[in-house]
Design a protein around this ligand. Structure first.
Ligand SMILES: C[S@@+](CC[C@H](N)C(=O)[O-])C[C@H]1O[C@@H](n2cnc3c(N)ncnc32)[C@H](O)[C@@H]1O
Length: 378
C-alpha cells in the first residue's frame, strides 16, 4: 500500500463513512441500471461489487432489496467493514460478503472470474493515489455487458467546499491532529452565515457528524473532475458514458426556458453540452453510469408500447412509491411512474393505490425504508 492509501485508510478507520442509517439510494436497483444496456439475458445470480463500500449504508439496501443477488463489499478500512457487518446483521441481510482490499491492488476477488454485472464506485476513485489505475482495475472486473455506477467530485461544483477547506487549513495546518482540525472547521462553520462560501450551507455544525465533516472538508486526499476529464478517463479505461444518474439535472430542456441559448446548447455534442451545463449550474458530485466500450445501449421505448405491457414487467419503467409510516400504520403518499426518456407521471389517492397494487412487493418489505422503489425485469 502506498503512503497516500495508508493515510486514507487511517482516516477511514478513525472516521468510517457514512455514519447514520441504511439508505435506499437512487442507484439501488441494479436491474433498472442494467436495463440501460441491450443485454441478451440476465445472469443468475446477479454479481454486484461495491468497491470502496465504507460502512455499506447503500450496499446493505441493495442486498436487502435483491436477496437473490450475490453482493460483495470491499474497502481498505477494517473499521468501516465491521460497522457494515453489524448493519447487515441488523437488516437481516445474508447475501453480502465483506472483503478487506485495495482497489489499486485487487487480489483475486470472489465473483470476479465471470465479471461483475454491477460495480458501484461511489465517492472513492477521487480519494485514490492513482484514480485512473483504480478505474482501469475496476473496468477489467466488469462483465462485458455490466454497468458501473460512479460518483466523482465535480471540480466546478466543489469550488466552495475547496475554498472552505483551504481556509481551515490556513488556520490549522494539515499535519495537526484530526480532533484539532475538526474543532477548527466546526468553529469556522459556526462563524459563517448564508452569504459565505460553504456548500451545503450548514448553519449549525453540531448535528453534522464528525465523519461527515471530515469527508467534506478535511479529507487527506481528494481530487475533483471536470466533465471533459471524466470522459477522457473513461476512454482510457475502455469504458463509455451511459447516462447521468439524474439526467434531468443535466438536460437544458428541464433547466432553461425555451430560447436561442437553450437551442444552441441542445445542438451540441454530449461532452460540450455537459461541459457548458457544469459551468452554468452547480454539480458538486458527478453521478453517472458507465459500461464497457463495446456494450450496446438500449434505446428508450415508445410510450405506446409501455401501455400495452404492464408497468410491473416493463424493464424501462420504474415505479416509485413514497410510503409514510406512523407507528403500526403504513400508507402510500404518492406514486411516481418514470419511463426512461420521459418526465415522471405522478399518481395520488386511489390511483396511487392502484399502481401500488400492480407493484405488490412495495407493500411490505423486510426493511423499514421510507422510500421504496419497485422494478422488475422481464
Ligand atoms: C467517502 S467513502 C464512500 C463510501 C461508500 N461508497 C458510500 O458511498 O457511502 C470512501 C470509502 O472508500 C474507501 N477507500 C479509499 N481508498 C480505497 C482503496 N484504495 N481501496 C478500497 N477502498 C478505498 C475508504 O476507506 C472509504 O470507506
Amino acid at each position: 500500500m502506498d503512503n497516500t492509501t495508508l493515510n486514507v485508510q487511517c482516516m477511514s478507520n478513525a472516521y468510517p463513512y457514512p455514519d447514520g442509517g441504511t439508505q435506499v439510494r437512487m442507484d439501488a436497483f441494479p436491474s433498472l441500471l442494467l436495463s440501460y444496456l441491450d443485454r441478451l439475458a440476465m445472469s443468475s445470480p446477479l454479481r454486484i461489487l461495491d468497491a470502496g463500500c465504507g460502512t455499506c449504508a447503500g450496499t446493505v439496501a441493495v442486498a436487502a432489496l435483491h436477496p437473490e443477488a450475490e453482493v460483495f463489499a470491499m474497502d481498505i478500512s477494517p473499521e468501516a467493514l465491521s460497522i457494515a457487518k453489524v448493519r447487515a446483521e441488523q437488516e437481516g441481510v445474508d447475501n453480502l460478503q465483506f472483503i478487506e482490499g485495495d482497489i489499486l491492488d485487487p487480489y483475486h476477488l470472489p465473483g470476479s472470474d465471470q465479471g461483475y454485472d454491477v460495480i458501484y464506485a461511489s465517492g472513492v476513485l477521487h480519494h485514490l493515489s492513482e484514480p485512473r489505475k483504480g478505474l482501469t482495475n475496476l473496468s477489467k472486473m466488469l462483465a462485458p455487458d455490466g454497468v458501473m455506477i460512479i460518483m466523482l467530485y465535480g471540480a466546478h461544483g466543489r469550488q466552495s467546499v475547496n475554498r472552505f477547506s483551504r481556509a481551515t487549513n490556513m488556520l490549522c495546518p494539515e499535519e495537526s491532529p484530526f480532533d484539532v482540525r475538526l474543532k477548527t472547521a466546526r468553529d469556522l462553520l459556526e462563524a459563517l452565515d448564508e452569504t459565505a462560501v460553504t456548500y451545503p450551507y450548514w448553519k449549525d455544525s453540531t448535528p453534522i457528524s464528525d465523519s461527515e465533516m471530515v469527508d467534506w472538508y478535511l479529507h487527506v486526499n481528494a481530487v475533483d473532475y471536470k466533465v471533459s476529464e471524466v470522459f477522457e478517463m473513461l476512454k482510457e479505461s475502455h469504458l463509455k458514458f451511459v447516462r447521468w444518474l439524474e439526467p434531468r439535472a443535466w438536460c437544458p430542456e428541464y433547466r432553461m426556458p425555451p430560447g436561442p441559448a437553450r437551442d444552441r446548447i441542445e445542438e451540441l455534442t454530449d461532452i460540450h453540452r455537459y461541459s457548458i451545463m457544469e459551468l452554468l449550474y452547480n454539480y458538486p458530485q458527478l453521478d453517472f453510469v458507465a459500461c464497457k466500450e463495446g456494450a450496446r445501449l438500449r434505446p428508450s421505448i415508445e410510450l405506446e408500447s409501455l401501455w400495452k405491457s404492464t408497468v410491473e414487467w416493463n424493464p424501462q419503467a420504474c415505479c416509485h412509491n413514497s410510503i409514510r409510516r406512523s407507528g403500526e400504520q403504513v400508507w402510500i403518499d404518492d406514486t411516481e411512474v418514470t419511463v426512461r426518456g420521459y418526465p415522471p407521471y405522478q399518481f395520488s389517492g386511489i390511483y396511487a393505490a392502484l399502481v401500488h397494487a400492480l407493484c405488490p412487493s412495495c407493500a411490505g418489505g423486510r426493511t423499514d425504508f421510507q422510500r421504496l422503489n419497485y422494478f422488475r425485469d422481464k
